[in-house]
Design a protein around this ligand. Structure first.
Ligand code: 5AD
Length: 345
């Protein structure tokens, strides 16, 4: 295994069967070696500095019914809320004051957020804080909408592909959602000129290691600027409520492989990872991640954005916890980078 790992470090890529071997039979010393090398690679590009992005969860309404997600439309127990444009602008203002130079507007696929409302909001954020990057994470929309949002000033868009394997994608989603449709959206976003983010859950029900290899190959084909992964975590009011959570060791191994394969990518240490394990966020950074996304959403709505059980939303996970995050980072020799942190080739 060590030999394969060394080759990944040296050549920056492996074949599909080699990825499969590494993911299935990685011994402890190879696991440590890969994470060590991934951290070295990240440090060569980014130093010992972690970009922060202020996450604003603008709506918990969703027209979709993804089997894994607590915000799915058939979850009648989910608490729904929608921030007003004024609330979102006030949140950006507070975030900018705190030092954030990226705002991520994330939400369920809420039909209320039509272009009629969203485009002027993006324009206004862009007008008021031109030095801040605007990232959207609002699911599948029309190409026309993506174009209008890009013109309005949004520079980045996160849309996880969820599963490169079509049959796994179909297993995880209701019949009306399509694998081809998701990939088409991602390709449109990229062609329009968004810095585009993709990603998948690790350990989703029905997922096999072969599926993760397909994910790696899809990422190689599309080469997104951002890659977000985290463990699957069950939500009690979904069909997968009794399924086991994704594996920490495998998630960290994948992070390391992603960093080695995509040295310049922006890779967050996600909230899901921080939720899975108390040291998850730091362990993610110690596997090559270089971004964290503290939650800027108003306190009163935070618990309502429940995509899985136990979602971390306080301490270093929250924007007020920036000092705590800085301290945590200092403990492993890192600091916060408050710049916009655009993708650089
Ligand atoms: N566990 C982990 N991640 C989840 N997501 C949605 N539901 C869950 C869950 N139960 C991820 C999906 C989605 C992103 C917003 O969060 O990948 O794209």
């Amino acid at each position: 295994m060590y030999e394969l790992a060394e080759r990944l470090v040296r050549e920056g890529r492996l074949s599909a069967p080699e990825y499969l071997a590494l993911l299935t039979r990685c011994d402890d010393s190879t696991w440590f070696f890969l994470r060590h090398e991934a951290v070295r690679t990240a440090q060569e590009r980014f130093g010992c500095a972690i970009f922060v992005r202020g996450l604003i969860e603008i709506s918990s309404y969703c027209r979709n019914d993804c089997h894994y997600c607590g915000l799915r439309r058939s979850n009648r127990r989910a608490e729904r809320y929608r921030l007003s444009p004024e609330q979102i602008l006030a949140t950006c203002e507070a975030g900018f004051e705190a030092g954030f130079r990226t705002f991520v507007l994330q939400g369920g696929e809420d039909p209320w957020w039509s272009d009629e409302w969203l485009v002027p909001l993006v324009k206004e954020i862009h007008r008021r804080w031109p030095e801040a990057a605007i990232t959207l994470s609002l699911g599948e929309r029309s190409e026309t909408s993506y174009r209008a949002l890009h013109e309005a000033g949004a520079a980045r868009y996160l849309l996880r592909h969820e599963a490169a394997d079509r049959s796994l994608y179909e297993q995880l989603h209701p019949a009306e959602m399509s694998h081809a449709g998701r990939l088409a959206c991602i390709e449109q976003l990229k062609a329009i000129g968004f810095q585009t983010g993709m990603g998948m859950m690790v350990g989703a029900p029905g997922q096999r290691v072969e599926h993760l290899v397909e994910d790696l190959l899809l990422l190689e084909r599309i080469e997104p600027q951002m890659i977000g992964i985290g463990p699957f975590l069950p939500h009690r009011d979904t069909p997968y409520g009794a399924e086991p959570a994704g594996d920490l060791r495998l998630t960290l191994l994948l992070l390391a492989i992603l960093r080695l394969r995509f040295p310049q990518a922006l890779i967050p240490s996600t909230t899901a990872l921080a939720t899975l394990h108390p040291e998850g966020r730091l362990q993610g950074i110690l596997s090559g991640a270089n971004v964290v996304m503290p939650n800027l959403s108003p306190e009163s709505v935070r618990s309502k954005y429940a995509i899985y059980d136990g979602k971390a939303s306080s301490g270093a996970e929250a924007a007020e916890g920036l000092r705590l995050l800085a301290e945590e980072l200092r403990g492993i020799g890192y600091g916060i980078d408050f710049s916009r942190g655009d993708y650089q080739r």
